[in-house]
Design a protein around this ligand. Sequence first.
Ligand code: HEM
Length: 544
Amino acid sequence: MAGIYPKHFSNCITFAVARSLSSFSSNINIADSNKTKTFKQIPGPVRLPLIGNLYQYKFGKYKIYRYHEVLEDLYKKYGPLVRQDLGTSTVIHIFDPEDIRTVYINEGTMPHVVPLQETAQLYRQERDMSLGLGNVNGEEWYKLRSAVRQMMLRRKEVHYYLPLVQDVATDFVKHIIRKRGKNGEIENLSDEVAKWSQESAGIVCFEMRLGCLNGGLEEERAQTMVNANKVMFNLSALLKFSLPVYKYISTPKWKKLLEAEDFFYRTATQYVNTTINKIDNLIQRNELPEGRYNFMTYLLSRKELSRKDVTIITFSLFADGLSTTVPALLYNLYCLATNPEVQEKAYQEVSKHLKRGEPITQAIINKLSYLKAVVKETFRLYPIGTEISRIIPKDLVLSGYHVPAKTHVNLNPHVHFKSEEYFPNALKFLPERWMRGGESSDIHPYLLTPFGHGVRTCAGMRFAEQDLHVALCCILLNFKLQYPITDPLEQIYSTLLFPAGPKQKHELKSPFRASRMADRACHAQMVEEMVKECKILDCMRVVL
Ligand code: HEM
């Protein structure tokens, strides 16, 4: 039988000037507009009045949890540019990397996006919260983004947390050793990785160990957060593909979503408030040591940010990894486990530069070019999400069609990730293709951009990469990874793409354990019910 086995381990186990979007122009990016086809000619499935294409998800062959495959189907049937109407809102799906380039080049200095989770935007509006970076546009976005740029996107600031992140990764290794079954199997690696992510984010945001890996009540609370997060992502996806009645009437799904969001925010906000109080006390006593609470003190010092802004930015840094870095690490572990030669090569590289127990420095990470290629290749075979959205600021010609300013477009390069046309030996896991001298110079630069591109790229990219690199180093140095199931790992759409384990495992058996404290038990029950009802998929039940 397989599992995580101890290995070599005797103890076991650019911003330019701000510009308003009112300067939408109507220039077309190709001079010869005579040959350009009209917006109405953009192909797509038959649309019905009011519901548009939603009937295909409700009664047709399309399944929401297979949305990534729906996009592949649309591309194959209709070509590089496809129109889809979800209710009364129109989206143009873009598949050609050249069109993707055109959109990015013309996105302007303050690109407009449609939020990944419109439900989160609505929830925050209803609760009078700051909306957060990914949910705002224009001047408000510019203000928030400028405020976080230094702390989140400068390498030096992010590397400051490297030793703390390594401490958490080391504890995660010990946690895995405790959780392993007799045969080395981890029953639900997905949830364990999610606890690691919370602990790691907690140390960055609050410079505090939250105890998510300690086996006690804190770990139970972390599990409840993980479950609530699953409910939020799942319901958000379901509501995205329904008529937006929930925006006007409190539907049962919307109510459930509110409960999960309330629980999630309440818990995270407690951490934020506790840290702010600690900082206030230290400042009052003139005892705040230099460099302590770096992230929060920086945000609090920015005059343009309200307390609500500081809370939501910190919340994002704390929580966003659950739905992004967590699946990313799981996909990496899966790819390493199912490609033993790659795993051995990655292990050799890491162990050449780093001994178990030694501090990981940025200089060491810089030398791990093969490991980074593994991460990149994993993003190719297992992307984290489907689309990147934009509201285009000016008229464009895309694949020969005129697309007017203010149109909502979705960039979907992932439909090509397993295509021979773009990647030789497309189904093979070949990190070598991203190494110097590999084929990467022939790969279209706008094809694989897992963190997006341009001024609106992922704000958490540096933290996510650092977390991934450190965790992979620690895991590779301590374990040999195996995946005992012959069926390939599936991906399930639930706003983003989550690992779902082998097909027969898709029906939920709740991973939930009742917690001991009464209020937690109450939340626990609530979340468990939601999880069941929404048929949340139990990610990666038997792995590694
Ligand atoms: C593997 C992990 C991750 C991936 C693949 C990822 C990917 C992305 C992508 C594709 C976007 C949209 C970019 C665009 O519109 O051009 C985005 C936006 C964003 N991400 Fe991430 N992300 C990851 C982790 C994180 C983490 C850990 C955080 C929090 C620290 C985070 C915070 C954000 C924020 C705040 C935005 C909105 C940025 C803005 O609108 O200015 N992400 N991410």
